[in-house]
Design a binder for this molecule. Structure first.
Ligand code: SF4
Length: 282
């Protein structure tokens, strides 16, 4: 079964190559050439990566515009009392302009110390971290601590700032954190591989409704919830195919859902042309 699964998933991976980047928020990161800009855009965009893809891209584009299309320079020089008026029009679902500015201001303090987000995340990693979710949980704790110590401007009410920073320790699937790590740690034509001090072998698949459903269809999990346990179960199965790169197939699997190619009930008009039809048990 493992070899058949690998053959089918490799077919899917070859089908949904970099020419499909247009259908994914990672396109916003790829609009920049400088790695310092790329990692800031990646953090902002993955923090907003809930809801429909087109809405995420729109919110990310607005944030980039508000950062004057120069994210690293913006973060290095930003002063909240100046920016807060300019950013007032930013709102995405429960995320307010102040939530995003608090994140960027904490980032400014971190970048002053260590130079890049990649250096900072790598400094939190320890060999004994079972997966990079553990590493990211330490990063989230540090951002919260820096925010408490440094953000002197009026704190926004509501759950926006907390929602920006999912913590794997809290048992949710933490899709957005795992997505950021996938983009930055893995390297192929889609993922950037900028944080190369971190092991791709310890990535966890970013589970959303598309991934959970398709993973269930092809027997990578029997779970039906969007939990951390589901993410671990799917990743463990995929690790059997490639221990060094367990989340290799995430982008391709997700295309079936994002591009509305995978129906909730079997529909031969769509399923006939599905690259993983032979292993689907729907
Ligand atoms: S065969 Fe159909 S239901 Fe199964 S994964 Fe493909 S598109 Fe989805």
């Amino acid at each position: 079964m493992t070899s058949e699964l690998r053959i089918q998933l490799d077919k899917l991976y070859a089908t949904f190559d970099h020419s499909f980047i247009y259908s994914d928020p990672i396109q916003l990161v790829k609009r920049f050439d400088d790695s310092q800009d790329q990692e800031i855009v990646a953090l902002v965009v993955t923090s907003l990566a809930f809801g429909q893809v087109q809405q995420i891209i729109k919110a990310g584009e607005l944030a980039i515009e508000l950062m004057n299309h120069s994210p690293r320079r913006f973060v290095d020089t930003m002063e909240p009392e100046v920016e807060i008026k300019k950013w007032r029009g930013f709102y995405y679902r429960m995320i307010k302009h102040t939530d995003l500015l608090r994140l960027l201001y904490a980032l400014k303090k971190i970048l002053n110390q260590v130079g890049s987000i990649g250096n900072w995340v790598s400094s939190q990693y320890q060999q004994e971290d079972a997966h990079l979710g553990v590493t990211w949980a330490k990063c989230v704790d540090e951002i919260r601590k820096i925010d408490l110590e440094n953000w002197k401007w009026k704190r926004s009410k509501g759950i926006g700032f907390n929602h920006l920073l999912p913590n794997p320790i809290k048992k949710s699937a933490c899709k957005r954190a795992n997505l950021l790590l996938r983009w930055m740690v893995r390297k192929d034509q889609i993922d950037l591989g900028l944080w190369d001090k971190l092991p791709a072998s310890k990535l966890i698949i970013p589970v959303d409704t598309h991934i959970q459903r398709i993973a269930y269809n092809i027997g990578l999990t029997n779970r039906t919830d969007l939990s951390w346990k589901t993410a671990i179960e799917i990743t463990d199965k995929l690790r059997q195919l490639d221990p060094n790169d367990p989340v290799k197939y995430d982008f391709a699997l997700c295309r079936l859902g994002i591009l509305n190619m995978c129906p909730k009930k079997r529909d031969m008009n769509k399923c006939n042309s599905c690259p993983i039809f032979d292993i689907c048990r729907l």
